[in-house]
Design a protein around this ligand. Structure first.
Ligand code: SF4
Length: 191
């Protein structure tokens, strides 16, 4: 049994992994972890499906057939060239990963703005964090995430209204359930 952490979002839920000896593992929320107390959201609960290589795209493919990188790149380039020739550069948009390095973002922006001739590029970084930053500002007056889950959850339970701040809590379903529990517990405390 291995205690580890879900890699997906900043909640950092604890996971207990039990390797099955065939490259996979059974996964469950760690009941002793302070961030999630054994809970996992749908993404964390499906982590075991990502452990194998069977369903991963490991090589370039066109129409389901493996091709060389040269063929794949030529196909993409000619598709972009034809689209721009027919409809103009504004017909092209790039939506790139939030996991790139700064130099990668520079190269992607250079390609889009300098060579394709459009400003239509955005990244998952902005969409991923926009609702969180808005929620943190509203809850804590700053977009700095508090250090400890108990303080965070207590503050969330008091300051965030799920009806007014659905985006933040929707993206942090584990925090949402912890905040709801904290709110219930505080409601039950004698005043
Ligand atoms: S809330 Fe979900 S995605 Fe985020 S760390 Fe926990 S299990 Fe993973």
């Amino acid at each position: 049994m291995i205690r580890t952490t879900c890699p997906y979002c900043g909640v950092g839920c604890g996971i207990v992994a039990t390797p099955n000896g065939r490259g996979g593992a059974g996964l469950a929320g760690d009941p002793e972890h302070p961030a999630n107390r054994g809970r996992l959201c749908s993404k964390g609960a499906a982590l075991d499906e990502t452990l194998g290589l069977g369903d991963r795209l490991l090589h370039p493919e066109i129409d389901g057939r493996r091709v060389s990188w040269e063929t794949a790149l030529d196909t993409v380039a000619s598709g972009l060239r034809e689209t721009i020739a027919r409809h103009g550069p504004e017909a092209v948009a790039l939506y790139v990963s939030g996991q790139l390095l700064t130099e990668d973002y520079y190269a992607a922006n250079k390609l889009t703005k300098g060579f394709l001739g459009t400003a239509n590029i955005d990244t998952n970084s902005r969409l991923c964090m926009a609702s969180s930053v808005a929620g943190h500002k509203r809850a804590f007056g700053s977009d700095t995430v508090p250090e400890t889950p108990p303080g965070w959850i207590s503050a969330l339970s008091r300051r965030l209204d799920p009806n007014r701040d659905p985006a933040t809590l929707w993206r942090r379903t584990i925090l949402q359930s912890r905040a709801a529990m904290a709110r219930d517990e505080e409601t039950l405390l004698p005043s």
